[in-house]
Ligand binder design. Sequence first.
Ligand code: AMP
Length: 452
Amino acid sequence: MPGVRSKPGRKETVAKPKFQAPKGMRDLLPEDMERFRAVERAFRETCRLFGYREIRTPHLEATELFKRTVGETTDIVEKEMYTLTTKGGDELALRPENTAGVVRAYLEHGMHRSAPLQRFFYWGEMFRHESKQKKRYREFTQAGVECIGSPGAAADAEVIALAVEFFKALGLGHVRLELSTFGCPNCRPRFREALEEHFRINHKGLCKDCLRRLGANVFRILDCKNGSCRELVDDAPTIDGFLDTKCRAHFEDVKSVLNDMVIACEVNPHLVRGLDYYTRTVFEIFPADESGRQDALGAGGRYDGLAELLGGPSVPAVGFALGVDRIVRERKGEGRGAAAELGIDVYVAGPLQLIGLSQKKYRYNVEHLVIALRRAGLSCVSDLCTKRLGAQLKDADKLRASVAVILGEDEVAEDAVRLKNLQTGEQRDVNENQMVSEVKKMLETQRKESGE
Ligand code: AMP
C-alpha cells in the first residue's frame, strides 16, 4: 500500500478500508488528474481552433430520453443504465452518453431558431453498468462534439478532421480511422430483411441474447462481442448492397472530402454502432497497433433523425464521442502525459531554528513571499509541518519544484532571500523585492535549457 512502510522481511497486514469506490468506478488521483487535464487542454484547444463552443448538460436526464434515442433494444438501455425514481416520481437516468442530452438542450432552448448551424463540444462523465472488463468502466469520461444543422459531407469531414487534429495534438497521430455508412430509414428495411434471413438460417451459432435480438432488432446482433456470433456477423450481408442513391452519394462525398484533407481511412462495411440513432456516416477511431483492435478510442457518426425523435424539427447533425480514459491509458503506455505537467514552480523554505525563534515573523515573511509569487502567476507552496530545512528541501524534490526560495535568519534581517535552482544546484541571494523577477528569470533559463 503506498505510504505504508514495513521493515524488510516483515509482512505488514493492512486491513482493507471499510469503504471502497463502487465496483467498476475508480478514483482519479492527482497524477491521473494531471494526465486527464493534459488531454482536456488539448481537446479544448482543438475545439477552439475549429470554432466549437462548450455546452454542459445535467448528469441526469429523463430515462425516456435515452429509451427513445439510444434505442430500447440496445445493451445500453436494456442492461446498462443507472435509473432512479425521484421523490416526486420522475424517472431519471444517469446519462450513458451525451448526444441525446445535447440535442435535448438544443431543442429546449430553441437554438435551431437562432442560427442554422451550431457547433458544440462537451467534456464529462458518463455512466454505464457494464460487466467487468479491462478498459471499461462504469463511470468514464467522454469528450465529444456535435455539429448540428448541416446535411453535407463537409460537416462529417469537419468532425472527423477535428478528432484527427486532436489526436495529433496529443502525440497520437498514428490512430486508425474506420469508416462506414449505416444508410437511412429508406435503405434499412431491405438490409434488415437480408440480415434476418441470414441469421435465421444460421441461428444455431447465435448466443441466447442474439436469438432474442433476432426477433427484436437484428442490427444489435452486429455488435455482439460473442465469438460464434462474430463469425456469423463476418459472413453476414453488408449495407453497401442496400444503399439508396442519396446515401451512396453522401458516402462517396465524405470519402472524397477526407481524401482532399489528406485524412486516411479504412472503409469497414462491418462497422456498426451500438446506438440506434445513427444514419449514414459512422466511424470509429482505434490505436494503430493490432492489440487495440477491440478497443476504440472513440466513435461517432451522423444522426439526422434524432431531433425529430425528440419532437423537434428535422435537423441534420453529426458528432463523435471519445473515450478519455482509454486515450489517457494509450498515452501513458507511450510514456506521455504526466512528467511535463507535474511539479510546481517554487518551494519557499526556511530553517527550523528560524521558525522556533520568531515563528510569527517567519510565517509572516513566508506568507508574504508565497502570496507575491502566486500573484505573479507562479505555483508555490511552503512547509506547513515545521520540518527541518533538509526535510523541506526533500519535500521540494518530491513535489518536483523547480526553484527553492530559502529564507534564513540573516536574509529576514536584510530583506533578502536565497534562490536555489533545483535543477542545477546554483544558489544566489537577491533582494526580496526582486525575488519574483529573479525567480521568473531562473525558470525561463531552466525552460530554455530543457528545450521546452
Ligand atoms: P460510444 O458512446 O459507445 O459510442 O463510445 C464512444 C467511446 O467511449 C468508445 O469508443 C470508448 O472509447 C468510450 N467508452 C464507451 N464505453 C466506455 C466504458 N464503459 N469505459 C470506458 N470508455 C468507454
